[in-house]
Design a protein around this ligand. Structure first.
Ligand code: PLP
Ligand code: TYF
Length: 397
């Protein structure tokens, strides 16, 4: 039966981690995968999360199924985090929200649902470049894919004119995938004034905005990083979609904690959307995982733990900023100008390193980065920073 099955290509990012793990050199550094590690090089367990976890372990709960759309408290608290407390959209009941299996699950559930509605006309425009799984998920769900210009490799910044021009040519009804903040893989984001222009264009042209927010709180803070979501909410646009993730912001990668929110024109449309979201989840995996959802909801529901989480999240954000500044400064001391790394945001930076330079980093220095030049600056710490900067200085000559 399976004799004709061909070998599928592996995930390039996760494959690089396998190579890193197998590397015996003691000074190795993994700047490949998008995982935040702390000063000791470990994936942190947040204190706020630990407290909820200990409470859950003390009063052992029965392990029933969650509802199809997840924990009600998780969904409600997530809505407030995304749209802001007292958001008129929430008051009007226009948002259908479900707990999903990571941000990836939110992307896939929404993709299946939108494909069902749009049929053969399902198209999506994705930034060039973007996270590779965006293409995989939407292509697999049956979408036609298009690129829009985004990154300018001469400035290591945004090609905003190109972006507007490309978005302005899309067929009405096209889905536009937008990274809310901390763009993966470039680290290049829009300023609020640029968001305002994109929101206006999307509205005029009748496109469906689909905001992917996997890094809320990793650049400037919970509210500032949600600027795009808040602007779409205030724009008068009738329909948009938000896929979000707590993998990074709660350091709960393996617990698969994500959120899908679909905004409809009114309460009735949102109720129909909610029914379709549930139908789609049922057809994929029945219901989400309980443990991670309880951890997040437990933190967000307690004002004390929420404050503790916000301060821990702030600590991660500040450490990333410090590592960006440190890398730029150390490279400058070698006579290399990398100031753009400090203008980029979040876990990633498109470093401008070429494929041969990245290969030299790996072969000569056991420093792993993606061949596109993407580095995860959240994997730098004061112990490996000097080594990485010296190595980069050597390969750029
Ligand atoms: N969207 C983007 C842009 C990402 O970088 C990631 C990365 O992990 C995700 C979505 C998916 O998040 P999750 O790990 O929660 O599925
Ligand atoms: O881009 C990254 O590194 C993260 C982690 O299939 C990731 O988003 C990478 C690949 C993948 C799933 C998650």
């Amino acid at each position: 039966f399976f004799a004709s099955v061909e070998m599928a290509p592996g995930d390039p990012i996760l494959g690089l981690t396998e190579a890193y793990l197998a590397d015996p050199r003691p000074n190795k550094v993994n700047l490949g995968v998008g995982i935040y590690t702390d000063e000791q090089g470990r994936v942190p367990v947040l204190k706020a999360v630990q407290q909820v976890e200990q409470a859950l372990a003390r009063d052992t709960q029965p392990r029933g199924y969650l509802p199809i759309d997840g924990l009600p408290a998780y969904n409600k608290l997530s809505q407030q985090l995304l749209f802001g407390e007292g958001s008129p959209l929430l008051e009007a009941g226009r948002v259908a929200t479900a707990q999903t299996i990571g941000g990836s699950g939110a992307l896939r559930v929404a993709a299946d649902l939108i494909k069902q509605v749009a049929g053969d006309k399902a198209r999506i425009a994705i930034s060039n470049p973007s996270w590779g799984n965006h293409h995989v998920v939407f292509r697999t769900a049956g979408f036609q894919l298009q690129d829009y210009r985004y990154y300018d490799d001469t400035t290591h910044g945004l090609d905003f004119a190109g972006m507007l021009e490309d978005l302005g040519k899309l067929e009405p009804g096209t889905v536009v995938l937008l990274h809310a903040c901390c763009h993966n893989p470039t680290g290049v984001d829009l300023e609020p004034a640029q968001w305002a222009q994109v929101v206006e264009l999307v509205k005029e042209r009748g496109l469906l905005p689909f905001v992917d927010m996997a890094y809320q709180g990793f650049d400037q803070g919970i509210d500032a990083d949600a600027t795009a979501v808040r602007m779409f909410a205030e724009s008068g646009i009738e329909a948009f979609v938000v896929a979000s993730s707590y993998s990074k912001s709660f350091s709960l990668y393996g617990e698969r904690v994500g959120v899908l929110s679909m905004v409809g024109a009114d309460r009735d449309e949102a109720a129909r959307l909610r029914s379709k979201i549930k139908q789609t989840i049922r057809a994929n995996y029945s219901s989400p995982a309980a443990h991670g959802g309880q951890l997040v909801a437990g933190v967000l529901a307690s004002s004390e733990l929420r404050a503790l989480w916000e301060s821990e999240l702030g600590g991660m954000r500040e450490r990333i900023h410090a590592m960006r500044a440190g890398l730029v400064q150390k490279l400058a001391a070698h006579g290399h100008e990398f100031g753009f790394i400090q203008r980029q945001a979040g876990m990633f930076s498109y470093s401008g390193l070429s494929k041969p330079q990245v290969e030299r980093l790996r072969e000569e220095f056991a420093i792993y980065a993606l061949t596109t030049g993407r580095i995860c600056v959240a994997a730098l710490n004061t112990q490996n920073l000097g080594y990485v900067a010296d190595a980069i200085a050597k390969v750029v000559g």
